[in-house]
Design a protein around this ligand. Structure first.
Ligand code: SRM
Ligand code: SF4
Length: 527
């Protein structure tokens, strides 16, 4: 844990900066984390009476998001390090959303995490107690904090994995959040911050789009991690992470290097213009060599040079279906959750399946799906007969299978278009009309913030508006060429402002021309 002295340094660094943006100003007045002591009071006075900055900004430090689209019904963003959770935890979350009836639901996010919907502010003190009792936290999951830390969803069960990263991810989260209770050392970063620790061969978590990514690499025969820095997406600029030219062994050096980079970012990151505040902007300003040298100073010992190449040499897997684990006689089964949306009864059912057939554990993927691990060979067939697998299939059609979508207009006030239902409707329609011999990864994002990562997709859609027949209508910019897995790189925008009502024909043509889709010969024939 960091001492008071370091925290003071951060505050001074912020206060010395003369040109602060409005977010920096309100953070300087009161730290976002401070609202943790006011929750009972907020619950008593009701959300309408809460100070506006506390309501719309500071509560996000606790993972509580006011939704202007559904005032009074909040979103609660958890932390699910490595996307691993127990049936017990999932049941607690199911009970929380169940009490909100039709307003209550949950989403699996593009960072292997869970967000709950329909939450009432007056229930937050009670809900936080339930989370604490179940060993969960939502602290520092929004605004200028480190987001959920991602890792391979099959860590520890994948026969081909290089490093089991689960323990490391938890240690890094505990360092950043003060073991889940909140840590003022890292609650005033210049901007949001993403960390990923990959231990598999297939770059399962899009390492390249994180502010810090650890990727497996052999250095002089020893397995550890090459370190990448500065990856991010924003409305203004998208960059893949670049090598820090450093290698660390898979031990506490990972935690200490995260700490060092975060301290350098916190104390020197740019705070004048919020559109130019992510880590890469600091690396640009200083140059990589200076950035690396400053990090090394805080790290407290020389950084080793990087390994000549990383060890991610596989195409990316989606984990949907039945797979043998490295533990003989056990299997993991990946279920497809359409656009990540869960209802309370789905969550109860998933918890039951994990207990009855597996070990009670569940895993989440950045494709917004669920994995049930540790199912014995003898139980797989019965598991596959469970009614929930009709909804959460192990063999979805190719377009539906690889679909990812951000929240969109249903709950997000940044959204320029509705995403989840439109994405699913279109995928299902074209799955019915076209034969494809490969999945096509389609990602939807409702605005240029890129939460749905259209730049990593085969085909990405980014919400926008356009004029058609004298009216403003919902439209998308189209991205193509995102490559994932080994040699990942970002896709580019290839078309602008295609009205959504023309999208079916446009997408169909793209699938035929570029992905060898063929019209199904007779749509009236049952398949
Ligand atoms: Fe995001 C803001 C949802 C992953 C880039 N993102 C938001 C907010 C909080 C805006 C808001 O207050 O309404 C959205 C909440 C909507 C809601 O009600 O759900 C939101 N982001 C999401 C999620 C839920 C999308 C999803 O459906 O899965 C993802 C939650 C991840 C998590 O568990 O923490 C989510 N957001 C991402 C990603 C993808 C990733 O991390 O791999 C990105 C791009 C990568 C990156 O950050 O570099 C992303 N979100 C943004 C940005 C642009 C950041 C920037 O530097 O400009 C914003 C806007 C902002 O921060 O100002 C944003
Ligand atoms: Fe909201 Fe835009 Fe993020 Fe989608 S991409 S969740 S619309 S901020």
């Amino acid at each position: 844990m960091l001492g008071e002295a370091v925290v003071d340094t951060a505050v001074n660094a912020v206060q010395k900066d003369v040109k602060l943006n409005k977010f920096e100003k309100f953070k300087a007045v009161k730290d976002g984390l401070d609202v943790k002591d006011e929750l009972e009071h907020f619950a008593e006075i009701g959300w309408e009476a809460v100070d506006e900055t506390d309501l719309t900004h500071r509560l996000k430090w606790l993972g509580v998001f006011f939704r202007p689209v559904t005032p009074g019904k909040f979103m609660l963003r958890l932390r699910m390090p490595h996307g691993v959770l127990s049936s017990y935890k999932l049941r607690v979350l199911a009970e929380i959303v169940q009490r909100y009836g039709d307003d209550g639901s949950a989403d699996i996010t593009t960072r292997q995490n869970i967000q709950l919907r329909g939450i009432r502010l007056e229930d937050i003190p009670d809900i936080f107690q339930q989370l604490r009792d179940a060993g969960m936290t939502s602290v520092q999951s929004g605004m200028d904090n480190v987001r959920n830390i991602t890792g391979s969803p099959v860590s520890g069960i994948d026969a081909d994995e290089l490093i089991d990263t689960q323990g490391l991810v938890i240690k890094v989260q505990d360092m950043i959040t003060g073991n889940g209770v909140g840590n003022y050392a890292f609650t005033n970063l210049p901007r949001k911050f993403n960390i990923a620790i990959e231990g598999g061969r297939d770059n399962s978590i899009h390492a390249e789009i994180n502010d810090i990514a650890f990727v497996p690499a052999y250095r002089e025969g020893v397995l550890g991690f090459n370190v990448l820095v500065g990856g991010f997406f924003s409305a203004k600029r998208c960059e893949a992470a670049i090598p820090l030219k450093a290698w660390v062994p898979p031990n506490d050096d990972v935690v200490e290097l995260c700490r060092a980079i975060l301290l350098v970012y916190r104390d020197h990151g740019l705070r004048a213009n919020r559109q130019k505040a992510r880590l890469m902007w600091l690396i640009d300003e200083w140059g990589l060599e200076q950035f690396r040298a400053e990090v090394e100073k805080v790290f407290g010992k020389p950084l080793l040079s990087d390994a000549p190449e990383d060890a991610m040499d596989w195409d990316k897997r989606d984990h949907i279906g039945v797979y043998a684990q490295k533990q003989s006689g056990l299997n993991y089964v990946g279920l497809h959750v359409p656009v990540g949306r869960l209802q309370a009864e789905d969550m109860f059912d998933l918890a039951r399946l994990a207990e009855v057939y597996g070990s009670g554990e569940l895993r989440l993927t950045v494709e917004q799906n669920v994995i049930v691990p540790n199912i014995p060979d003898s139980r797989v067939e019965t598991f596959l007969q469970e009614p929930l697998l009709k909804k959460f299939s192990i063999a979805p059609a190719p377009l539906t299978r690889s679909l990812v979508s951000c929240t969109g207009a249903q709950f997000c006030n940044f959204a320029l278009v509705e995403t989840k239902q439109r994405a699913l409707g279109l995928a299902r329609l074209l799955d019915a009309e076209l034969s494809l011999n490969q999945p096509v990864r389609i990602h939807w994002t409702g605005c240029p913030n890129s939460c749905g990562q259209p730049q990593v997709a085969d085909i990405g859609f980014m919400g926008t508006k356009t004029r058609k027949d004298g009216k403003t209508v919902e439209a998308v910019d189209i991205y193509m060429g995102g490559k994932v897995g080994k040699d990942a790189h970002l896709g580019d925008r290839v078309r602008q402002a295609v009205p959504c009502d023309e999208l079916k024909d446009v997408l169909k043509a793209l699938l035929v021309e570029r992905f060898n889709a063929e019209p199904k010969s007779d749509l009236s024939q049952p398949s």
